[in-house]
Design a protein around this ligand. Structure first.
Ligand code: ARG
Length: 274
């Protein structure tokens, strides 16, 4: 199903700037005192929370982008998968999505004006998408014009090593650096290992469907994506293996982040990249 951004105006208009503010809070939770993210007051100085957290740069990860509304507020992440195509989460562009979405590439710091802003011309949402926890949380944005950044290849269903439990990943975003905290102004990365299907089912029961989702997180928590990182890339083996989708809080022990398992949707997504 192809939806244009015009179909997404309803909730957005109703909720107005409140929604913008809520969506604008973002980011990568970093392994500060593993497992304590949920217990820290939101007012704790961020500098005490990003021990072990890492700054990242779009010069190293040229395909990572963020999405802004018409007021310039960042509300989600995304990945350049072809010269004029960005993969993001369906929940970023449905329901309360801003009517006008701009893709920002090559800008590490949201407060700078480096990089490129590109308008979104069309939005494809996976036809099975209902809400993040029921899966198919994937969308493809078509840009107004090509961007020069190198695209990231997407995983196929056969890329089993990349989904092996314990395997290394990189997740990137501009989201909140603690659960309930403030968004990051700069791009950050975390490296939560892949969680086994068994452990993720133990955490989330029937809400987790390994056919279309994959989880990542340390058993003790402490390293995770968080609000505002949605839509952004989970990378392994130099491929896009997942899309930031949901989780119970952020970086809590035994509550890994849940990602769209991109390999499961490879053929449908790849068909949108042409
Ligand atoms: N739904 C969030 C967003 O829209 C992403 C949450 C990811 N949570 C997690 N614990 N990994 O930004």
């Amino acid at each position: 199903m192809t939806r244009t951004r015009r179909t997404h105006t309803r909730w957005w208009s109703a909720a107005g700037t409140l929604a913008a503010a809520a969506l604008a809070t973002v980011a990568i939770t970093t392994p500060a005192g593993a497992g304590t993210a949920a217990d820290e007051p939101a007012a704790a100085p961020i500098s005490t929370r990003i021990v072990g957290g890492e700054y990242a740069s779009t010069s190293e990860y040229p395909w990572v982008v963020y999405l802004t509304d018409s007021a310039g507020n960042q509300f989600c992440g995304g990945t350049i998968a072809a010269a004029n195509k960005v993969i993001t989460a369906a929940h970023c562009v449905t329901g309360g999505a801003p009517p006008e979405i701009t893709v920002v590439s090559g800008r590490d710091d949201k407060n700078s004006d480096e990089g490129t802003e590109t308008a979104v011309r069309d939005v494809w949402v996976h036809p099975d998408f209902q809400n993040a926890s029921s899966g198919a949380d994937v969308a493809v944005l078509t840009l107004d014009r090509d961007v020069t950044a190198t695209p990231l290849p997407i995983a196929t269903a056969g890329d089993l090593p990349e989904y092996r439990p314990g395997g290394a990943t990189t997740v990137l975003g501009w989201g909140t650096t603690t659960e309930g905290g403030s968004p990051s102004s700069t791009l950050r990365q975390a490296h939560p290992p892949i969680t086994s299907d068994q452990d993720c089912s133990r955490a989330y029961g029937g809400q987790y469907d390994p056919r279309g989702q994959v989880c990542a997180g340390l058993p003790g928590g402490g390293e995770d994506s968080c609000q505002g990182d949605s839509g952004g890339p989970l990378v392994a083996g130099d491929k896009l293996i997942g899309i930031v989708s949901w989780g119970n809080g952020c970086a809590r022990p035994g509550q890994p982040g849940v990602y769209t398992r991109l390999g499961a949707y490879h053929d449908e997504v790849q068909a949108q990249l042409r």
